[in-house]
Design a binder for this molecule. Structure first.
Ligand code: COI
Length: 359
């Protein structure tokens, strides 16, 4: 289907930020996409309008019960001045799954991708052109419905905003570094049967207490353990976790409490193509710590749209430091980063067919 969305252009375009000082999530572009949902009518009236505040009743259901879902994607500038998206169909599928879990009406995958392309096209001159930067795309769904009753809303907004960004972990856009990661034993991120596999605000707000504690301990992020037994490793902060022990790369299987990351899937596919042994299974924290202690834990890294590949240089558990590869960024982490970011920015030929969408 060929979707067309009317565009109302801003009459007061903003000055663009210095692309060497972007940070993450500090600046927003001139326009946003918005589409309504009404029960009986479905999703309708997708349009591009000037970026600006939303008018929400204080009793809007999203504000109270967090009925919302979101996605994270990026657009990249190629050396030829074109704009690339990376596997947008995967985000479209994941949003549908998140919506199902949150009782939010699903959005057709074609419609989702068309909306993303339309808003990125409207603000394509905002895609930054400095090494390590990109235009972060944040599609999200909230409900403006006025209700204090706890039940699924009948009205929603699907909105897409754009933000020119540098690396999620400061400095990684210039040179990757090994992060210090705090192994969290008390708080949990998600339990099987809950919303861990969905992308929704509640999964992130509940983690803030642990990441704040981690930062107080001199670490950048948290390694989450499973909710039931607190002995299996699950995710790192807002990203998936990988461990190379001996000659095998391990990542947690998608148990229901793990987010099915697009970068996670891309990493697994690339590693298999390159001939590495990859195992998706539940991984005991003790396996990881024993391997760190005896030197067989060669590398560890986190994967995510925002953080791309973020190497882990050290795990901190019960007061003991477990350095990984002496805190030095491993060759495989670097190769994964260079390949993914290279493909995304069109600097290298895509290794996988259909992953890069040029517009
Ligand atoms: C992403 O990697 O896109 C995420 O959604 C993480 C985010 C919460 C910054």
């Amino acid at each position: 289907m060929d979707y067309k969305f009317p565009v109302t252009r801003t009459t007061t375009p903003k000055a663009k930020p210095d692309p060497t000082k972007l940070g993450f999530g500090k600046y927003y572009t001139d326009h946003m996409f918005i589409m309504d949902y009404d029960e009986g009518e479905g999703w309708h009236d997708g349009r591009i309008v000037p970026y600006g505040p939303l008018s929400l009743d204080p009793a809007a259901v999203t504000l109270h019960y967090a009925q919302m879902s979101f996605e994270g994607m990026k657009a990249y500038l190629t050396p030829e001045g074109k704009v690339n998206l990376f596997r947008p169909d995967m985000n479209a599928k994941r949003l549908r799954n998140s919506n199902k879990r949150l009782c939010i009406p699903e959005i057709d995958e074609d419609l989702f991708v068309a909306a993303v392309k339309a808003i990125v096209d409207a603000d394509r001159d905002w895609v930054p052109n400095v090494q390590g930067t990109s235009l972060y795309i944040r599609p999200f769904i909230i409900s403006p419905e006025v209700s204090m009753a706890v039940h699924p809303a009948t009205k929603y907004w699907f909105i897409i905003i754009l933000s020119p960004v540098a690396a999620y972990y400061e400095g990684n856009d210039k040179e990757l570094h090994g992060s210090k990661i705090w192994v969290e034993e008390g708080y949990i991120r998600a339990a099987v049967g809950g919303t861990g596999f969905a992308k929704c605000g509640g999964n992130y707000s509940c983690g803030m207490i642990a990441s704040t504690e981690a930062q107080k301990q001199g670490c950048e992020e948290v390694l989450w353990l499973d909710a039931k037994e607190h002995k299996y490793v699950e995710e790192v902060g807002t990203s998936n976790a990988f461990f190379m022990i001996g000659d095998t790369v391990y990542t947690s299987s998608l148990t229901g409490s793990i987010l099915p990351g697009v970068t996670r899937d891309s990493t697994i596919q690339l590693l298999k193509k390159w001939g590495y042994k990859v195992e998706e299974r539940r991984i005991l924290l003790s396996e990881v710590l024993d391997a760190a202690a005896d030197g067989s834990l060669k590398e560890a890294w986190a994967t995510g749209t925002a953080c791309v590949i973020s190497p882990i240089g050290l795990l901190k558990f019960r007061g003991t430091d477990y350095p990984i590869n002496n805190g030095v960024v491993g060759d495989l982490s670097q190769k994964l980063y260079d390949t993914l970011y290279g493909m995304q920015t069109g600097i290298i030929e895509p290794e996988m067919e259909g992953w890069v969408v040029t517009m």
